[in-house]
Write a new protein. Sequence first.
Length: 365
Amino acid sequence: MAEIMLTSGQGFEGYEIVEYLGFLNVQSVLSSNFFKGLATGVSEMSDSESEKLTSKLEQVNETALKKLQKNAQKKKADAVIGVELNYTQFASYSVGTIASGTAVRLRKKQEENPVTEKALYVSNYYNRLVPRPVRVWLRGSKQGVTISVDFFNYNMDDIRAIRADVELTNLYDERLLLKDLDFVFEKGNVSLIGANYMECKLPAKDILMLKDAKVTISKYVTSRGVFACNDQPIDVTLPLHRLAALKEKRGIDAVEKYRTDGMIWTCNCGYVNEAGADECLVCGRKQEEMKSTSKFNPDEMLAKMQTKEYVIELKDVLMEYIKDIDNEYRMELLEIMESGLQYEKTRGNMKDTVIEKVEKVFEGH
């Protein structure tokens, strides 16, 4: 540092003390001749004499501080903390200033750079064997925003790069389209591949406002060459919170509930298979493992719950259907209701939270 910093405090904003180098003490004396030249004692000074004395004392203080800095410099210090200035009488007609403090070495603190991170499940999908975008990651800091996408790699191809558009939607249902993003992979021959983060034009403050992401692939590169993706992705029909619940139970590539009409069956991955197929042509899930062990369809019960106002009324609706619900779900559902009743006493209306939890119980079954 070019100049030794001084403070009466114990530190400097933006710096941390890395070493204490010892206590310093210097003095600066006001010549006795100055007082001899005064016509009267200090208490009887005229205004002009008082101004002269004040000016001289300020000079003495300044000299003392300069001496303090000089001594600190000899110790290779960056600053002096706890600086004190005290007037003292050294002898008759001899007054001066004693300056003291502690010499220290400083280091500039690294600027805090908090990172805001957001993960969004992708709410559209491709219904064939192409890399499936499943999750978008966003990180924001003072340096800007970066983005990455996780892809499910059904073919276990050695995928090296994917070019895609990413559409982000915020809580106000406003959309932002990020076009032609090139995602690169260090290891592309595993089932779930994560792209390296890349910069994107998005204000960091907007990250936490985002609620949804859609990804449209234009082309991708594997060890076998470059492949165009001309298909249009399919939008997921489930609400976002139910999509998240389905993925938690059935895997990150899951986008649809299993269903069948006897002629065809829809896999959790969204692919529609012929009735005779034992396993899904795209993801390999076995139909038998996806078939629900529950004969109860919760849709009617949930629709009736939506018309109610309080948890006690939701519990009444549940009790209307409880005998039709499989034993393995009954206790969990009753616990959700009891917990909701307790929280509603202290936190206010819990209807939406309780219904979400009930939906999660049946999601994927």
